[in-house]
Design a protein around this ligand. Structure first.
Ligand SMILES: NC(=O)C1=CN([C@@H]2O[C@H](COP(=O)(O)OP(=O)(O)OC[C@H]3O[C@@H](n4cnc5c(N)ncnc54)[C@H](O)[C@@H]3O)[C@@H](O)[C@H]2O)C=CC1
Ligand SMILES: O=C([O-])CC(=O)C(=O)O
Length: 325
């Protein structure tokens, strides 16, 4: 029997991951091995995305999937992506804040967005590069896309960290914990103990105030704890999982409610700022923003967090303006 290759071209769901470093490559692996989409890995470094793609392809038989994985330095290969994830840019080093990456990563994210949008003008963009809130703003402005098609990944990761620390403290399964962290992806993020539950029971009923505060503090410093341990580079497994869950909710139209960095237009009394709040993620991108009932103290914390992002908006505007000159 002779089996000839099929000549019928079928359009597959496609996700481009720009930046084939630690987060990008871990994400590509998750996307393909969960059979969610074909993946295009792009990087400025020649050979790296191609090598990673070949390596991932050689695991297909073992992992039992048939997803295409392309490694490239050419944006033409990213054409018609359904989702574009931006992980391109530098990670911080011990002692640095995420904001210290603003200028370097701002230029990279700007250039990446402008090239990616040409080939995938209808894609949904998810930004991962730090400083997250500001880089999401840059991608939104530079892409010209509607607000619901541009978002940042941070809240899923910060919530996952809080969830982990609560589970470790109580000695229960992580799966039984639902944690909520809102706000910016920085030291002023807003973990919400009232909305953090163990099988529906708020942790405020299960732990002392001091214990809750200790876990909140560790969550806020969760990224820096790993940066300090690794010395070079930052977290990537949990960031890749967090991004993957967002892509999955979009591609499969799961409509999950996840904390997502989005542009607020009056919700929570906040306007013209990117900050993390619970959103419903479906095939259109951000389908709606959920307004939780917050106490005065929680609302003040969210406003303080948003204000810190707003204070850097002149630097964001300067970066955007420089690209026009
Ligand atoms: N939002 C979040 O919660 C998280 C954000 N991050 C951020 O994600 C970014 C990436 O982190 P890692 O993957 O660990 O860094 P990495 O250094 O391992 O990878 C970054 C990749 O971007 C590539 N790159 C640089 N300029 C580029 C350009 N113009 N076009 C295409 N590719 C380019 C580099 O060659 C490198 O391969 C960092 O800014 C990091 O701070 C990391 C973890 C969590
Ligand atoms: O801490 C960093 O620089 C990377 C990051 O955003 C995180 O792991 O939360």
């Amino acid at each position: 029997m002779v089996l000839t290759p099929s000549t019928i071209a079928c359009a597959s769901t496609r996700v481009t991951v720009v930046g084939s470093g630690n987060v990008g490559s871990a994400l590509a692996q998750r996307l393909a091995e969960k059979n969610l989409a074909d993946v295009v890995l792009l990087d400025v470094v020649e050979g790296r995305p191609q090598g990673l793609a070949l390596d991932l392809l050689q695991a297909r038989g073992i992992e039992r999937h048939d997803r295409q994985i392309i490694g490239t330095n050419d944006y033409a290969d990213t054409a018609h992506s359904d989702v574009v994830v931006i992980t391109a840019g530098l990670p911080r080093k011990p002692g640095m804040s995420r904001d210290d990456l603003m200028l370097t990563n701002g230029k990279i994210v700007l250039a990446v967005t402008k090239q990616a949008i040409v080939h995938s003008p209808n894609a949904i963009f998810i930004v991962v590069t730090n400083p997250l809130d500001q880089m999401t703003h840059i991608t939104w402005k530079a892409s010209g896309l509607p607000i619901h098609q541009v978002m940042g990944m941070a809240g899923v990761l910060d919530s996952a960290r809080f969830q982990t620390f609560v589970a470790m403290e109580l000695g229960v399964s992580t799966s039984d914990i639902h944690a909520t962290v809102l706000g910016s992806h920085g030291d002023l993020m807003v973990p919400l103990p009232r909305y953090t539950t163990v099988n529906g029971i708020p942790i405020t009923e299960l732990m002392s105030v001091e214990t809750v505060e200790r876990l909140i503090d560790r969550t806020r410093k969760g990224g820096a704890e790993i940066v300090d341990l690794m010395k070079t580079g930052s977290a990537f497994y949990a960031p890749a999982s967090s991004t993957c869950v967002m892509v999955e909710s979009i591609l499969l139209n799961k409509c999950r409610i996840l904390p997502v960095t989005t542009y607020l237009e009056g919700q929570y009394g906040l306007r013209d700022v990117f900050v993390g709040v619970p959103c419903r993620l479906g095939c259109q991108g951000i389908e709606s923003v959920l307004e939780l009932d917050l106490t005065d103290a929680e609302l003040v914390a969210l406003h303080t967090s948003a204000e810190a992002v707003r204070q850097t908006s002149d630097r964001v505007e300067a970066l955007l303006a420089s690209s026009h000159s």
